[in-house]
Design a protein around this ligand. Structure first.
Ligand code: UD1
Ligand code: BG6
Ligand code: NA
Length: 365
């Protein structure tokens, strides 16, 4: 089943041009988006007071990656809930809310309990899942199957990118009645069409990421700074490193750097800064300058051709990735970090597909 690959995680990372293609298959039509599972519910969603994204782990991060674009396309406020925390707080969920549950397996206990809670509170419940026939798919009022194909590695990779694309398509579908955003929608639809080939291109960084991993093999910790569309990329990249490579790693909001994280910066701690082109680019350039002036050990992820712009004196390591539309860039940017986590795990001699203490589907609280 692994074919020519050594591990399922490796296979699933490299499969992403294909899994993303199947996620979009039959759904991008005549310059529009057709999601059969949402069609009948779009009017209700458009009238809702708030969208609440609910999930755990990587699925939560995928929702966070899609959040900004959903807000942009729909004008509806989007709030984020980690499923267990919503339950702990018994946080407010109303009839006027659209609660969107994101889960690869569709069987995560906390997510399903949060679903029961939202159903009791009368919200419209929407599922985003990879598993047809799962409890999540059955119990939600409607939803979108991401159709990424079976994912076996405990660390989610291809489901993450397919979830982001499914939620981007959901945003386009909800916003499709708005004339003012038509040009932007067309641009993103064409961006989605060319996304699988950009993913193939970024996968060519495999050897470079293996080399980077070998330079980090003995590090005790790894920080990842992101912001805007790529705050989620920072969280998800750090989660991958933590869960499979068993190395402490934290994803941080770059805008919060001065409020604590800066105290950790020295010549030893490796720090990845995500600084691909978008509206936050100049702010990230200044973050890089401030980290360099404190002798930070930087690895900067930037758009192709930007190496000397982000790091003029050549004192940081640079990962150049293909540029795509800002809201789709998280799909590209996570891939070098997935590859890095994979190689770091193999080099450190840990189990890639079955990390210590973790399960693919957490069906108990
Ligand atoms: C559906 C078919 C697909 C077929 C296509 C042809 C299924 C599962 N899908 O895909 O095989 O090629 O029509 O037009 O038979 N749903 C939920 N919660 C979820 C996810 C989905 O309630 O979390 C519901 C949807 O609202 C929908 C149904 O499940 O009623 C199928 O969803 P989905 O597979 O995404 O729909 P299509 O893309 O239309
Ligand atoms: C587990 C998995 O913790 O559950 C993660 O190890 C996953 O990879 C998380 O992100 C949530 O799972 P699901 O199936 O609800 O997306
Ligand atoms: Na359903």
């Amino acid at each position: 089943k692994k074919g020519s690959y050594d591990h399922f995680m490796q296979k699933e990372i490299h499969e992403q041009p294909h899994s993303l293609t199947t996620t979009m298959r039959g759904r991008l039509k005549d310059g529009g988006v057709l999601l059969g599972g949402l069609k009948e519910h779009l009017k209700t969603i458009r009238r809702c007071r708030r969208v609440v994204f609910i999930g755990c782990g990587t699925s939560y991060n995928a929702a966070l990656a899609a959040r900004t674009f959903v807000e942009e396309m729909t004008g509806i406020p989007v709030t984020m809930e980690v499923a267990s925390d919503l339950l702990d707080r018994q946080g407010p969920i109303y009839r006027e809310d659209t609660a969107v549950f994101v889960s690869q397996s569709g069987e995560t206990a906390d997510t399903l309990l949060a679903l029961d809670y939202a159903l009791e509170n009368g919200a419209l419940c929407v599922g985003i899942t990879n598993t047809v026939g799962s409890t999540l798919s059955r119990k939600t009022h409607c939803g979108v199957h991401i159709n990424a194909g079976c994912e076996i590695g405990v660390a989610s990779t291809k489901a993450y990118t397919s979830q982001i694309v499914a939620m981007a398509m959901m945003a386009l579908a909800i916003g499709s009645d708005q004339i003012s955003t038509q040009a932007r929608r067309n641009a993103i639809i064409s961006g989605l069409t060319s996304l699988p080939s950009c993913v193939s291109e970024v996968l060519k960084l495999d050897a470079e990421m293996k080399e980077l991993a070998s330079s980090l093999i003995d590090s005790e910790s790894l920080l990842v700074f992101g912001r805007g569309y790529n705050y989620a990329t920072a969280l998800e990249g750090a989660l991958k490193v933590k869960e499979v490579a068993l190395m402490h790693s934290e994803g941080l909001l770059a805008g919060e750097m001065k409020h604590g994280p800066l105290a950790l910066v020295d010549e030893i701690l490796p720090i990845i800064v995500i600084a691909t082109r978008d509206a936050c680019f100049s702010k990230q350039q200044s973050v890089i300058q401030q980290l360099l002036s404190r002798k930070g050990r930087l690895i900067v992820m930037c758009s192709k051709g930007d190496a000397s712009t982000v790091c003029p004196n050549g004192s940081c390591r640079v990962i150049e990735v293909p540029g795509v539309a800002d809201c789709l860039q998280p799909v590209i940017n996570i891939i070098p970090l997935q590859l890095l986590a994979y190689h770091l795990t193999v080099l450190r001699g840990f189990d890639v597909d079955q990390p210590r203490n973790l399960a693919k589907s957490v069906t108990t609280q």
